[in-house]
Design a protein. Structure first.
Length: 264
């Protein structure tokens, strides 16, 4: 009989970490516990808490819930390795990207057939629905497809940096790319070199992926906000800052606006 889609280990994907070693109810302990998903459940709210002080539009507020759900669903997936958990984990990332594209994608890069933000919402929505339905066909390919979207985001960042002379912006983009490069390297290593990590008894690179990609998002979000304000509110002059101080080794970046504005 076909196993229940909610059953433990019914997913098509099983990461390198050995299952049920440290707990009888948690399949992948280190991929599930606070060490790996701590960034999604703590750093993400912290990031938005700081950013809201400089938010001049409501778009920022739409992304908080999808990002937190992505963390929760990832925890559920790694705890159960269930088919439903796998789909929720991957689809929550797809929907988060859809929300981000809908509200933050610069109109200067719209396809020629798209004239307004409203039309772009419809295009993004239809694309997301089709992608969601296609995700059920071969779930093992979803993660690779989602990771490929990062290359488009990096391309857009590169195009924006070509038009920007602010060294602070370039430095933040470089740090973001550094964290992303480390994150994707960890993800690929866990996926393709599992035999090696199991041989040396260190199969934990997917948990590193969780931490590193969250650190990349910590720098990506204010960078996107910076460019969004530059396009949507040109009268305001955005500036990238670090909390609590530029001199601290670990900081939370955020955006400030020089002129008074209405907060979210």
């Amino acid at each position: 009989t076909m196993p229940s889609i909610f059953s433990y280990q019914s997913a098509e994907v099983d990461w390198c970490e050995s299952n049920f070693v440290r707990s009888a109810v948690i399949a992948e302990y280190y991929n599930t516990d606070g060490t790996s998903l701590f960034p999604f459940l703590l750093l993400t709210p912290l990031n938005f808490l700081v950013l809201e002080g400089a938010c001049g539009t409501m778009e920022l507020c739409h992304l908080k819930v999808p990002l937190l759900l992505a963390g929760v669903f990832s925890m559920y997936f790694h705890m159960t390795l269930s088919y439903v958990g796998q789909l929720l984990d991957e689809l929550s990332i797809l929907w988060t990207l859809a929300v981000a594209y809908s509200f933050w994608y610069p109109q200067a890069y719209f396809p020629r057939c798209i004239k307004t933000r409203r039309h772009f919402f419809w295009l993004t929505g239809i694309t997301t629905v089709i992608s969601t339905l296609m995700s059920f066909i071969k779930p093992t390919l979803n993660a690779y497809a989602l990771n490929c979207i990062a290359f488009h985001l990096l391309y857009l960042t590169w195009r924006e940096l070509k038009k920007c002379n602010d060294k602070r912006v370039h430095r933040m983009a470089a740090v973001m790319v550094m964290w992303w490069a480390l994150a994707i390297t960890s993800w690929i290593s866990d996926r393709w070199l599992c035999w090696l990590w199991q041989a040396i008894n260190f199969p934990y690179f997917h948990s590193f992926w969780h931490v590193l990609i969250a650190m990349s998002l910590l720098y990506c979000c204010p960078l996107v906000i910076y460019f969004d304000v530059s396009y949507e509110m040109p009268s305001f002059k955005p500036k990238l800052e670090y909390w609590p101080s530029d001199s601290w080794p670990v900081v939370v970046p955020y955006v400030t606006l020089e002129e008074p504005h209405k907060q979210c």
